[in-house]
Design a protein around this ligand. Structure first.
Ligand code: CA2
Length: 145
C-alpha cells in the first residue's frame, strides 16, 4: 500500500492553543485525525511527525527514503530559512507537497519567500486545516498517475 508521511515543522505543536485568529482553533492531533480519515478513504497508509528542530526534520526526510512514497510538509518558519530542508527533499527525490495554514503571500514580506516551493510538486497556502487535506488528496492523485 502507498505510504504518506506528514511532517509538521516548528511551533505547530502549539496549534489550537495560541493565536487562533491566524492559525485557527484546531489542534495538531485533530488535524492528524482528519488526515488519517482522508487517507483511509484514499486507501493509503499515513504517518505523522512533528519537530521543532531543523536537523531532525532533515533526518526524518532522509529516513523516509525507500519506505515512504510521498510527503506532505508544513515546514512552518523553516519554509523561509532552510536550504537544508529543501536539499533533503531534492536529494531524496521523494514527491513532496508544501502546505501552509495561512496565506503566506498576504502576510509579512519575509514570509513571501519559500525555499521549499522550488522542489515541491505543488504548494497549498491559506485554506486553514483544509490545506493539509487538499495537499494529501493532491499528492495521492499525483502519485497514482
Ligand atoms: O501558515 C502556516 O502554516 C505557516 O507555515 C505557519 C508558520 C509560519 O512561520 C509560516 O510563515 C506559515 C508558523 C507556525 C506557528 O504555529 C503557531 C501555532 C500556534 C500559535 C502560534 C504559532
Amino acid at each position: 500500500m502507498m505510504k504518506i508521511l506528514v511532517i509538521h515543522g516548528p511551533n505547530l505543536n502549539l496549534l489550537g492553543k495560541r493565536e487562533p485568529e491566524i492559525y485557527g482553533s484546531t489542534t495538531i492531533d485533530e488535524i492528524n485525525t482528519l488526515l488519517k480519515m482522508e487517507a483511509q478513504k484514499l486507501g493509503t497508509e499515513i504517518e505523522f511527525s512533528q519537530s521543532n528542530s531543523e536537523g531532525e526534520i532533515v533526518d526524518r526526510i532522509q529516513r523516509a527514503m525507500g519506505n515512504i512514497d510521498g510527503i506532505v510538509i508544513n515546514p512552518a518558519a523553516y519554509t523561509h530559512t532552510s536550504v537544508a530542508i529543501r536539499d533533503a527533499i531534492a536529494s531524496t527525490g521523494i514527491p513532496t507537497i508544501e502546505v501552509h495554514i495561512s496565506n503566506i503571500y498576504r502576510r509579512e514580506d519575509f514570509r513571501k519567500l519559500s525555499y521549499v516551493s522550488g522542489v515541491a510538486v505543488g504548494v497549498i497556502s491559506g485554506l486553514g486545516v483544509n490545506s493539509y487535506l487538499l495537499g494529501l488528496i493532491g499528492l495521492v492523485t499525483h502519485l497514482k498517475k
